[in-house]
Design a protein around this ligand. Structure first.
Ligand SMILES: [Zn+2]
Length: 315
């Protein structure tokens, strides 16, 4: 979908395209296979500059800071982290204590448990196998993926890497009041993760959805609660916004939330049917979805099916 009020800026980055969404808000949308991880953005509220997510790639985060300071002539004062997944918060390692890092209580808790555990796993991983597979892999897209993974792991394992964790948290939500604009933060449980945060600028009708929205891409269901997610999306669709920066995928509107809900409902039903019939759910194919969802490309489908098969057994 094209948004005539959105302006693509000619900022040079190998990782993202930069868009000016409104007077105060900018969206950094990951280029395909760039290794950036999640989308990000920044908001100039007058006296403060807020960064929304810091991507999964320290080099991409450097570009994000460069863009933010270039276009706003300010230094970042706040960072909002939308959830605990590493592809949204690696860049926090670049900021010192003068930048406040905000998130929900639950996301902080998840970073301190799941996040820290992930980093330990990354540090222990054997890279030899990946390096070997790079030698034999001929598919260009897969090669790029392995290369990006290797780069990521090398950064995490370097001695000077320390992830800065959020230092300012809230239970349900809060407002950052600027001289020009106010920005609302709100958190949800039981959705993409337990503790997802959205950033909303009501005056400008702009929504940063974090991974509550994967725009026209399979949403990763395995860290949260698919049924809860559907209700959260229903609530978000009642917000007054004209464009949203999704966690993954291109700039989006309410239509993408409704498509995502359709995907979650359909995959729940497909897996449920097979599990109830005692059949193997892993045989579900892209063609089993309704037409609008069949063109989505993502390696996540299989992971979602496996997760749901277990999830439905428990509920
Ligand atoms: Zn995520």
């Amino acid at each position: 979908m094209a948004f005539d009020f959105v302006k693509k800026l000619d900022f040079e980055s190998e990782f993202f395209d930069l868009f000016k969404l409104s007077e105060s808000a900018y969206g950094a949308i990951s280029k395909e296979n760039s290794g950036m991880g999640g989308n990000a953005g920044f908001i100039d509220i007058g006296d403060y500059l807020i960064i929304v997510d810091t991507t999964g790639n320290v080099e991409a985060a450097k570009d994000l800071i460069k863009a933010a300071t270039q276009y706003t002539k300010k230094e970042p004062n706040f960072i909002v982290i939308t959830h605990y997944h590493m592809d949204h918060l690696m860049g926090t390692s670049l900021f010192d204590v003068s930048t406040q890092i905000m998130t929900s209580d639950r996301t902080l808790k998840n970073i301190q448990t799941e996040g820290r555990k992930k980093i330990e796993e990354f540090k222990k991983m054997d890279l030899k196998e990946m390096e070997e597979s790079l030698k034999t892999e001929t598919d260009e897209e897969k090669r790029k993926e392995i290369e990006n993974d290797l780069k990521f792991l090398k950064v995490v394992r370097s001695d000077d890497f320390t992830l800065r964790e959020p230092n300012l948290t809230f239970k349900e939500g809060c407002v950052i009041h600027g001289t020009d604009k106010s920005v609302q933060l709100r958190t949800f449980t039981k959705a993409h993760t337990d503790g997802d945060v959205i950033v909303y600028i009501p005056e400008e009708k702009i929504l940063f959805a974090g991974d509550l929205l994967f725009a026209r891409i399979d949403p990763w269901l395995g860290s949260g609660n698919p049924e809860g997610w559907i209700s959260v999306n229903d609530e978000l669709m009642s917000f007054d916004f004209k464009v949203t920066v999704p966690g993954h995928g291109k700039l989006a509107s309410k239509e993408e939330f409704s498509l995502e809900n359709r995907y979650i409902k359909e995959i729940l039903e497909l897996v449920n049917k097979r599990v109830e019939a005692g059949e193997d759910p892993t045989h579900i194919k892209r063609e089993d979805f309704s037409k609008e969802l069949q063109s989505w490309k993502s390696p996540i489908l299989e992971g979602n099916i496996n997760f749901l098969a277990e999830f439905l057994k428990k509920t």
